[in-house]
Design a protein around this ligand. Structure first.
Ligand SMILES: [Zn+2]
Length: 256
């Protein structure tokens, strides 16, 4: 927790004829308290959050935008093709942050708020008090959760991302398309990973008025009309499971 400032403030009011029995209102920064309460509840449920300090997160860049504290959506991602369940999860978590902060243009921090490893560990990625960077042109009100795994099957990126491009754009992306066709293997979601993400989403639902949950591909199509393979077909199976178990709507059903 050394990489950001936790702010507390108090307000106190006394009246002209007040006595020491007057009530003193104290308002604590409720966002810091909420972040902490989420951590406490996860721990109570058997999932101690691996906080940023524990995985040696780099400090975020200046310019992080505070959340409007209006989280209604949970967006599920997978980390992508170069990630694997076989790698140590802490290194994969660090790599997510390094890659996100090295993008062009760079993100200010890891784009997602939480990450779930194949072993069922839950990581704190970006501090929940800040708006994420995980859906192009549409991050407001959305909590980003990423699986530290690769769930994309061979040919899937073509179906989701390239099939509808113009011939000109297809030629530009020939190398990516070729890579997609020969994906050797992908990770299978593990039962402990599915259980962990369910606990995480249920906990977040307790603290925020979450109404919708979906995969990155669903949200990206709505916000920019672009196709995305993320979180892969196996990831989308988990999305459907979570919607059913937590009684949440898909992104298209705005029951607000
Ligand atoms: Zn994604």
């Amino acid at each position: 927790m050394a990489d950001y400032t936790i702010e507390h403030w108090t307000t106190a009011q006394t009246t002209a004829d007040g006595s020491k029995s007057d009530a003193v209102a104290i308002r604590v920064d409720d966002r810091a308290a909420t972040r902490q309460a989420i951590i406490t509840q996860l721990k109570r449920n058997g999932y101690p959050l691996i906080e940023r300090s524990s995985w040696h997160a780099q400090p975020p860049r200046p310019g992080m935008r505070p959340s409007h504290w209006d989280y209604r959506d949970i967006v599920i991602h997978h980390a992508g093709r170069s990630y694997s369940c076989g790698a140590p999860s802490i290194e994969e978590m660090q790599r997510v942050q390094v890659e996100d902060m090295g993008r062009s243009p760079p993100f200010n921090d890891a784009g997602y708020h939480y990450a779930v490893s194949c072993q069922g560990e839950i990581y704190e990625a970006r501090d929940i008090r800040f708006i994420g960077e995980h859906v192009d042109k549409g991050n407001t009100g959305k909590i980003g959760v990423v699986f530290l795994a690769n769930f994309v099957e061979a040919g899937e990126a073509y179906d989701q991302e390239y099939k509808n491009l113009s011939l000109f754009d297809k030629v530009k992306k020939l190398k990516d398309i070729a890579t997609d066709q020969v994906v050797a293997g992908h990770d299978k979601p593990t039962p402990s990973q599915i259980r962990a993400v369910e606990i995480l989403c249920a906990t977040l639902k307790d603290f925020f008025n979450i109404t919708n949950l979906g995969g990155h591909r669903e949200y990206q199509m709505l916000s920019s009309g672009k196709g995305r393979a993320c979180p892969g077909n196996p990831g989308m199976e988990i999305v459907k499971l979570l919607r059913a178990r937590l009684a949440l709507s898909s992104p298209g059903n705005w029951n607000r």
